[in-house]
Design a protein. Structure first.
Length: 274
């Protein structure tokens, strides 16, 4: 059995199919780990959702910020923005089946020495604590009051974790760390506007995975969300968002031996348009 982790897909169905063919993915024996952002901005988000859902237990996906955005728009707690490509999902005959499936996906997956998450882990969080906190958000998304959670999900404050946080402020910090964070201070204060290359990080902030003595450093955290960072493979951090949406490749890594497999963007000129 092989486990393949795949970077952000964002509606790039053609490349996902090509990647699965290239790795000769066998759903009966292999596992597919997806770092989230299955949908949005790319051309075929509906087909991506249908494909990943069809893989059943052979695929594990964690939710990214664009996946949560789709759920919020569908629930009426957010609106579509310029550049969104979610209309086909919202009009689909199997819309509710797909959205219910998406809402039940994980915020974080930990297995063995690996942690799968869309954006990152705050420096003070151990893996065990991160699993527990992710479970709180998962319960909110799967519960009967999930629309209320989605209505309170957005916002940049609080920007740091505090064990005393309660209710929606608590869930917002957890969600922001797991799905939006790229950089933070060494004490864990997050900044959400930065999307550029590492050398442009504002003073006082660091890539979350570079914070000395972060509590999750003994695990290998696999993440996406940061296309300007590109492919990065460190002993305890693997970044897989290589910007297929923007004309870069789509990337997978086989966890057993860290072999990298990539397919080229199918239509770079279209990708630049998005």
């Amino acid at each position: 059995m092989a486990i393949y982790a795949v970077g952000d897909i964002q509606g790039c169905h053609t490349e996902l199919v090509q990647l699965l063919e290239k790795i000769r993915f066998d759903p009966d024996s292999d596992k597919l780990w997806l770092v989230g952002d299955l949908v949005n901005r790319g051309p075929d988000s509906l087909q991506v959702l249908r494909l990943v859902k069809s893989l059943g237990d052979s695929a594990i996906t964690v939710l990214g910020n664009h996946d949560l955005h789709l759920l919020a728009v569908a629930a009426g707690t957010s609106r579509l923005y310029r550049g969104d490509t979610l209309d086909e999902i919202l009009r689909a005959p199997d819309r509710e089946e797909l959205l219910t499936w998406l809402r039940k996906q994980r915020m974080l997956h930990a297995e063995g020495d690996f942690v799968l998450v869309h954006a990152g882990l705050l420096p003070g969080w151990s893996v065990a604590q991160a699993v527990s906190l992710a479970g709180e958000v998962e319960a909110a998304l799967r519960g009967p009051d999930y629309v209320d959670f989605l209505a309170h999900m957005y916002g940049n404050k609080p920007d740091a974790w505090d064990d005393g946080l309660t209710n929606y402020k608590r869930l917002r910090v957890i969600t922001n760390a797991l799905t939006r964070m790229r950089i933070c201070t060494d004490s864990g204060e997050m900044e959400f506007d930065f999307k550029a290359e590492k050398h442009k990080i504002p003073q006082g902030y660091y890539p979350w995975f570079n914070i000395p003595e972060r509590a999750s450093r003994e695990a290998t955290v696999i993440f996406g969300h940061w296309s300007a960072l590109g492919l990065m493979i460190k002993p305890n951090a693997v970044a897989l968002d290589t910007g297929c949406l923007w004309g870069g490749p789509m990337t997978a890594i086989r966890l057993q031996d860290r072999e990298v497999i990539q397919v080229a963007c199918a239509n770079p000129s279209v990708a630049k348009h998005w």
